[in-house]
Ligand binder design. Structure first.
Ligand code: ADP
Ligand code: MG
Length: 268
């Protein structure tokens, strides 16, 4: 499957050597942002466009985890999503990450409708356009830092030499070049999460999704990860960060709140 077959002209999911910060303003100039959405020629499509999305779990008892959620996230935006436990945050993240489908409504990713897309189209979009960061890092303890990042590129079809170059670039991006041969168990929590971020950005995603990325970290380590998110945002990456920590959510440029499956803008 190529990106042309997906109807995404001029888009290279693997990115180039400058690929760690896709769509970065002031990048090398090789990225054709106009061709990046479905509507080439006008403004780039929103990275995320959720249109009246609901998600119900049939049960019994039936749970309406998301109710009529609409959310548009433009390229380069940094959004935090806050809400109490059980409010629908992970359900929302699963839909944004193409891990789950809405019961009703539509989700366009980079202008591409995904609701009724085939699993193979969805998994190509997921692999090429979305990076994930989770609370518990999900690193392989027996593998080095470099291997952990390299493994994320295994099915990209890119030759090993170039994959390694990309992995090293991603590790540079998160300031961990001095830790490439270490094992995750020997790293601090903040360093582990930065490895996970390197892994998430190695395939040059357009959207970085994080679910409680600082949930297992103390305030010093949290700050490290938040600083890194600021840098990635500064480079033009689009970020959606789910958190219940007000300190973390305050760092985002835009905040939305989810309560009982409904979304509201907090400060705009
Ligand atoms: P949060 O991440 O904000 O804590 P979730 O999105 O995980 O909340 O859950 C929202 C609601 O949907 C909760 O009431 C939860 O029990 C329910 N829920 C989530 N996933 C499922 C599922 N697979 N089956 C049934 N109910 C679910
Ligand atoms: Mg959750």
């Amino acid at each position: 499957m190529t990106w042309t077959e997906l109807g995404l002209p001029g888009t290279d999911p693997g990115g180039g050597p400058d690929a760690v910060a896709p769509g970065a303003p002031g990048g090398t100039g090789s990225t054709d942002t106009a061709a990046d959405g479905a509507d080439a020629g006008s403004a780039p499509a929103a990275v995320v466009d959720l249109v009246d999305v609901s998600r119900s779990f049939p049960g019994p008892p039936r749970v309406d985890a998301l109710r009529g959620v609409s959310l548009r996230v433009d390229p380069g935006e940094y959004v935090s999503i806050i809400g109490p436990s059980g409010s629908g945050k992970s359900t929302l993240l699963n839909i944004l990450g193409l891990l789950d489908r809405p019961t009703s409504g539509e989700y366009l990713l980079d202008g591409v409708p995904t609701g009724s897309a085939s699993e193979s189209v969805r998994s190509s979009l997921r692999g090429g356009r979305i990076g994930f960061v989770f609370q518990s890092f999900h690193l392989l303890p027996q593998r080095t830092v470099l291997d952990n990042v390299l493994l994320a590129t295994l099915y990209s079809g890119v030759p090993r030499g170039e994959r390694e170059e990309r992995a090293r670039t991603a590790l540079e991006r998160v300031h961990l070049t001095h830790r490439t041969t270490f094992h995750p168990t020997t790293l601090s929590g903040g360093e582990r999460q930065r490895v996970a971020v390197a892994r998430a950005i190695v395939a040059a995603p357009h959207l970085l999704l994080a679910d409680e990325p600082t949930g297992n970290l103390d305030s010093t380590n949290s700050a490290e990860v938040m600083d890194l998110f600021d840098e990635l945002h500064g480079d033009g990456l689009t970020l959606a960060v789910i958190t219940h920590d007000p300190v973390v959510s305050a760092r985002a440029q835009r905040r939305v709140r989810i309560a009982d499956g409904r979304l509201e803008e907090l400060d705009r």
